[in-house]
Ligand binder design. Sequence first.
Ligand code: ADP
Length: 485
Amino acid sequence: LSEHLKDPTLLRQQAYINGAWCNADNGGTHDVHNPATGEKIGTIPDMGAAETRRAIEAAQAAWAGWRKKTAKERSVILRKWNDLMLANADDLALIMTTEQGKPLAEAKGEITYAASFIEWFGEEAKRTYGDTIPSPSPTSRIVVTKEPIGVCAAITPWNFPAAMITRKAGPALAAGCPMVLKPAEATPFSALALAVLAERAGVPAGVFSVVTGSAKLIGGEMTSNPIVRKLSFTGSTAIGKLLMEQCASSVKKLSLELGGNAPFIVFDDADLDAAVEGAIASKFRNAGQTCVCANRIYVQDGVYDAFAEKLVAAVGKLKVGNGLESGVTQGPLIDEKAVKKVEQHIADARDKGGRVLIGGKRHALGHSFFEPTVIADVTSKMIIAKEETFGPMAPLFRFTSDDEAISMANDTEFGLAAYFYSRDIGRIWRVAEGLESGMVGINTGLISNEVAPFGGVKQSGLGREGSHYGIDDYLVIKYLCMGGI
Ligand code: ADP
């Protein structure tokens, strides 16, 4: 990989702790593979609790200096980090596609998206306004200020190897908090490349550290160490619950961005071509491996067959292959386990009467490539109705009334994203208000950007990332009661 990079120094095979590139204490390493070819890309240090503790202690030591900087000083550094990410977008995208598999164009898009959080929160740093409150007493005054919460830990997933990091590090650093990050085992090189650029941008030693290795040991230290005041996690609901439990003993503040099971509803008055385009974008982006991917597509009776036909035609145009090849729109899944899950969901749907309209099996390219799939006649009895597939499989459910659609859409413990297509203004309001989810895409399949609040309700998580709300997750409120006036 390094010979294909314009700047080969972006590819680091060491962790970054307290401003130094380092190996695991015991010298252990862990191989990282390219999911499209199975080839080894390189190794990363297999670190555990001791290295994590050092990173946390270094963060604590760096905190005083970082929080003392003015918001503008921090924002200048963040702006530089953003600029460096954009200037190195080609290399960062190449690293990402090689370790994660997504098509290069998508990887480039993610780098721009990832940088936007650094830019946005660098600007928001200057707007962490407090408040004054009219006092009930003539001799006192009430002032509210916002302060950085302190040392933050972050655990991020492999599906967005850059953006899930900047969405946490951006607001943390902007607010005046240092952060220790554990990136996903499958995609550490994107994280380490961001650390190279953070260092070049002038982020001081200890303010942003990246620890690679054992999720259990690093996560264990992050959640039990009392220095850590806040944990931000993006990943599965099961691990989110575990981390929440582990954080209970030291009462850490939590931001959790967990699983989704997004409904995508097509009403009979929808613009079907637009709905198909939205469904493709929402379902098949990143090979279906995003927490906001449409997971259950509900289509109203009157347009069911027409929508299915148009969707199958569009899915037939998707090109599966190595993300580095031009024209490829769907890369491999992240690993064999991911493929097995998709296979299991399809087998279950078939057994219970589902009809595969296109795809349905592993792709002839082998490895973890999977055919983009559409299944009709899907019902609430099937696994897919309850569980996130996290793969390129679009299940089509049928409904008749609006109330039925809303109640089916809400029949899940998750509540991250929901989408629907309609052109009736009354219906749009009723459905938007009826859906139990943190985000609703109305006549669009793409909702994520840095200025809007991303997050879920129910078991999809806590807190919001991005937007002016996002920095609050890294701030604490202090109330100053000034007496004797
Ligand atoms: P996914 O299915 O997206 O891999 P996970 O929740 O398993 O979701 O993983 C998301 C992140 O959580 C990864 O960085 C992973 O290493 C980390 N993780 C997994 N298990 C643990 C654990 N026991 N403690 C801390 N982090 C964990």
